[in-house]
Design a protein around this ligand. Structure first.
Ligand code: R5P
Length: 311
């Protein structure tokens, strides 16, 4: 097997390599002065099972082009099988037409990755499960729930007052899966969006009084969803509120918003490499999914079951 990393998340790629005891294949992914991407794979990959590790996070378009161009280089270098490993799949929120004359960009990105020459996709916590169907190649959608549930068990030992909270109706299935893994109760925030990036809490379904609440979501971007939900839960008498989120997009002033919020702590996975301002925030903590992704890669390479990881 060969592992190749784009520039989006080298730390995670190296940690995956450490888990598998496979060094990253030497490759240069660099820019011409007009910002065009150029890739050269510096080792023979003919006949190899190659995994390209690249989250399509900020800057989303540059990172996507790096991934596509890496796949093209590998195709032309006669790799036997190419798996696009995207711990975070950007554009996932554009998974349906939201109005007349709007795109379904998640489908377009899936087409681009397939047409570039990927034979498989390995990703994690897709914004919506049906995006798997946008790819006409095998797609494994890993769940970070076991990793996050373990972290919760360690940080909230024997907490009978724990309550898992979905910050919007769309995330209920995800939050319920975590709640049942932890044998905790579930509450739901009724969120409305009045415009892009603007969210408002309308109602809370469930009695959160005196409970230690854990908000669980797939993405924290501007932070409005999680921070507004945390404030509403405290208003309803919650004892404390933390948040566990799969993908820390954290754009704009999200970190400042989190720091000024009612949240006790925000825990995100390392699917996206946070800049120093995020990594150094006293309220943000990273949990690594390197072993989870590494183990999935090992199983794919050995033609073993990936779903067994979640039994
Ligand atoms: C929306 O459906 C997603 O699951 C997240 O709740 C949303 O992307 C978070 O965005 P923000 O942090 O900007 O409110």
């Amino acid at each position: 097997m060969k592992l190749i990393a784009g520039n989006s998340n080298l730390k995670l790629a190296e940690a995956i390599g450490d888990h598998l005891d496979v060094p990253l294949t030497r490759a240069q992914v660099r820019r011409f002065s007009d910002n065009e991407v150029f890739v050269v794979i510096e080792e023979n990959v003919r006949g190899e099972d190659v995994f390209v590790i690249q989250s399509t996070s900020y800057p989303a378009n540059d990172n996507l082009m790096e991934l596509l161009i890496c796949i093209d280089a590998l195709t032309r270098a006669s790799a036997k099988r190419i798996t696009a490993v995207m711990p975070y799949f950007g554009y996932a929120r554009q998974d349906r037409k939201v109005g007349g004359r709007t795109p379904i960009s998640a489908k377009l990105v899936a087409n681009l990755i397939t047409r570039a020459g990927a034979n498989r996709v390995l990703t994690m916590d897709l914004h919506s499960g049906q995006i798997q169907g946008f790819f006409d190649i095998p797609t494994d959608n890993l769940l970070s729930t076991p990793v996050l549930a373990q972290d919760i068990r360690e940080n909230f030992p024997k907490s009978r007052d724990l309550m898992i909270v979905s910050p919007d109706v769309g995330g209920v299935v995800r939050a319920r899966a975590l709640a049942s893994r932890l044998q905790a109760d579930l509450a739901i925030v009724d969120k409305r969006r009045s415009g892009p990036g603007v969210s408002e809490v309308m109602n809370i379904i469930g009695d959160v009084k005196g409970r230690r609440c854990i908000l669980f979501d797939d993405i924290i971007d501007g932070g409005g969803t999680i921070c507004n939900a945390a404030a509403a839960l405290m208003d309803q008498g919650a004892a404390e509120v933390s948040a566990y989120v799969s993908h820390g997009v954290l754009s704009g002033g999200a970190v400042e918003r989190v720091e000024a919020s009612a949240l006790k702590e925000l825990v995100v996975t390392d699917s996206i490499d946070g800049p120093d301002i995020v990594r150094q925030s006293p309220k943000v903590r990273y949990v690594s999914v390197a072993s989870l992704i590494g183990e999935a890669i090992r199983r794919i390479a050995n033609e073993e079951s990936v779903s067994k990881l979640f039994d």
